[in-house]
Structures are given as structure tokens and as C-alpha cells.
Design a binder for this molecule. Sequence first.
Ligand SMILES: [Zn+2]
Length: 192
Amino acid sequence: MADEVQRVFVASVVEEDGNSLALGCFSSEETAWQVLRTFLKKSDQMLLTSSSVVVWDIDVIGEDGVNVLSTMECKDCPVCGRRTFWMDLENFSALCHGDACAAWVEESTLEPGVIDCGWPPIRFLKQAKDIDEAFKELFKIGDQMKAVSKVSNLGDKEPQEMLDEWRRKSALGSSDSNNGTQNDGSNETEGE
Ligand SMILES: [Zn+2]
């Protein structure tokens, strides 16, 4: 009895046309999450709208047997622009799964109601009063990234290359990178 599988964890994603893709059925929640996270890294190559991890109890008839552990919605990342930004609406948290980005938004664990956001590549970290403000902060970073790269869409360019360029410029150009200043005074990227 003890060795029998009692529950299974199912990871799946939903495409824009409503088609659901099953990623597998696993004996542990951890494995289901690993498989899902790996899949989400390349979600910009597909048109996805949501993902979920649910747990099914074996041999239970009807809806009592299923429990939704997490659902996430997919958005374009405010910073890198790729469709790899996954938001967990129930838990107020979001993370870009794209390579070399990892922009995030999350409700503060210390101060309920306060929203934290950040972008690890430049150690950007900011507190906001609500989700909208947190997103504005991330969009500002995204705008600066675009200005640096002189393209409106980051899709074609290697993220690593962009990050290096960004680091170089931000090291040269600004003394306070997280004080809410939209423009650090660099004019060399104005040209069309
Ligand atoms: Zn991103």
C-alpha cells in the first residue's frame, strides 16, 4: 500500500488557440515544476497564454480528486520584451523565464501590500505601492535597454550581448541607477 502511487502531478500549458499541451504526469510536485520551468524558458517560441500544475488523487471519482496547485498567465516581459514573463495571479508573483533576464515582481514578504520588483542582471531592486507602479519601473528598465540596443524589438539580438552593452553604458553613464530617473542623460542613442 505504501508503495502505491496515491497522487499524480500534472503540468500543462495552453496555447493561444485554446489547445492544451500536456507536459506529463509525475509522481512528485518537484519534478512537475522542473519540467514546467524548463519548458517555459522557451515559451517565446510559441504562443502560450497560461500554464498550470494540478494534483490528481488516484481512484477518486469526480472533481474532488483534482486540486489546482498553480496557474500562471503569460505576458510579454517588460524588460526584455520576450513572451517569457509568467505571472501567478493568486500569489502576486511574476518572473521572466527567458535566458539572461529574470525580471520579477512579487508582493513583499516583510510588508504586506508593498510590491517588490527587480532585474538581477544590474541588481536593480525597487519597492512599489502597487503592481502598476512595479511594472512601470520594469518598463523603464526595458526602455533603457532598448535605447542602448537601438532596436525596438529585442527578439533578434543575443540577450548576453545586450546585457554586456547595457552594463558598459550604465557603468559609464549614471551614478544613481535606481532612483527613478528615466533618462540618465546619455544622448548618443537618440538617432533613428
Ligand atoms: Zn525578460
